[in-house]
Ligand binder design. Structure first.
Ligand code: FHN
Length: 402
């Protein structure tokens, strides 16, 4: 693996927390990003949406304000979803946002704002396409089209990576990574991309073990290794970058009747569990057709940002897999400290962890700096928690090492 790729992977892992955005003309209907397929909307009918699309309230600076106050360090946004509509100014199709009343290129505006603020940018791209005539026709022509679009996204907007989604079609290749690679010619394409962009981060959300040239193993709507929804590869693969992608409610694209907004505590625990499992969390919002993110979501994001303002040292730049499963929570570590994430505090208030050989300088509550009493018996460390913890969702104990 070349040095640029190694450095890019390390930088990506350190980001730990990103915003996923599913935004497209489907937001006009407000019934999620699969509406065209689920409601069997004919292409000709669906094509009536772009002429109505004019997100006049879209403001890249406002989106980046939300990302920054949320404590998120990267943005992964849909450049083209399965409906085939391009949310950027593609040279390869007229079916794109710059051909709507909006006329502007929101991806370009977001890329510029991300650059200004040091927020990393990735593009979700769907090779699966419900509209393109060659998708079910001239496979060679369609392959040239979608790969050309991925290349133009990289060339035009300079993202840190590409997040592919949809190579799990057709069913025949869904459970066989080698058949999928053969059909979509993925490894060959990745090598072409890497020849020009050695440090490109590549993700393919196929829910199988990553190919050698793929960097990220995704856990969709699932925490790493839990596989509660059955279509993720059950255990994190050694050496892959883990990333859980999670909806903030129950839909990726905007759904006007989805009120199942996740509680702040649940999001904080998901973020902490991912870091404990040495994985990133990519939390999704689905903006509305006017270009705004709904307040139920911005409010939650800000609240998690508040927790991160107090506890971010235990998340950003840390590594996980410090201990095995524990009944009280999880753990992360940096060069100089171990962080115990406590979301299920022991009834007697004593945390006990095995820490052979560690030389301890101090034990404190990360959020307040308050010192905590601790005791060492042989290789085990016992820490006395206060009766009231600062963050019921997840209070972090910092063990500063000498
Ligand atoms: O079909 C897509 C879905 O619309 C959404 O984009 C998610 C995000 O991970 N991926 C696919 C379902 O696995």
């Amino acid at each position: 693996m070349n040095q640029e790729r190694l450095s890019a992977r390390e930088a990506f892992r350190k980001l730990r927390y990103g915003m996923f955005v599913h935004w497209g003309v489907y937001s006009l209907l407000g019934r999620g990003e699969w509406v065209m397929f689920q409601e069997k909307i004919p292409v000709g009918e669906y094509e009536k949406l772009p002429p109505q699309f004019n997100p006049v309230k879209f403001n890249a600076g406002e989106w980046l304000d939300v990302i920054e106050s949320a404590g998120m360090r990267y943005l992964t946004i849909t450049s083209k979803h399965h409906d085939g509509f391009c949310m950027y100014d593609s040279d390869l199709t007229d079916y794109k946002i710059t051909n709507t009343p909006f006329r502007r290129d929101p991806i370009e505006e977001l890329a510029s704002e991300c650059q200004k603020r040091g927020i990393a940018l990735m593009f979700y791209y769907s090779p699966l396409d419900w509209r393109h005539p060659d998708y079910r026709g001239d496979w060679a022509a369609y392959s040239a089209y979608w790969k050309g679009q991925v290349e133009e996204l990289i060339r035009k907007y300079n993202p840190i990576g590409i997040w592919l989604d949809g190579c799990w079609e057709p069913e025949a290749v869904r459970h066989d990574i080698h058949a999928m690679d053969e059909l979509w010619k993925l490894s060959e394409f990745y090598a072409q991309l890497r020849a020009k962009n050695p440090g490109l981060i590549i993700c393919n959300n196929h829910h199988l073990e990553p190919l050698p040239e793929e960097d990220i193993q995704t856990f969709e709507q699932d925490l790493p290794g839990q596989n509660k929804i059955g279509f993720n590869y059950t255990m994190p693969v050694e050496g892959a970058l883990g990333e859980t992608c999670l909806t903030i409610n129950n839909n990726w694209g905007y759904h006007h009747r989805d009120f199942k907004h996740k509680p702040v505590e649940e999001i904080i625990r998901a973020l902490s569990f991912c870091a404990h499992a040495d994985a990133n969390l990519l939390l999704n919002v689905g903006p509305r057709s006017d270009g705004t993110i709904q307040p139920e979501h911005t409010g939650r994001l800000m609240a998690v940002g508040g927790w991160l303002a107090r506890n971010g040292d235990a998340i950003y730049g840390t590594r996980g897999k410090v201990f095995g499963e524990t009944p009280w929570g999880g753990a992360t570590r940096s060069e100089s400290a171990i962080y115990l994430h406590v979301w299920n505090a022991p009834v007697d208030g004593w945390l006990s962890v095995d820490m052979p050989g560690a030389e301890i300088q101090e034990v404190t509550l990360l959020a307040t700096g308050d010192s905590l009493a601790y005791d060492r018996r042989e290789s085990r460390l016992h820490v006395k928690l206060p009766s009231t913890l600062p963050d019921p969702a997840n209070s972090v104990v910092k063990i500063a090492l000498k």
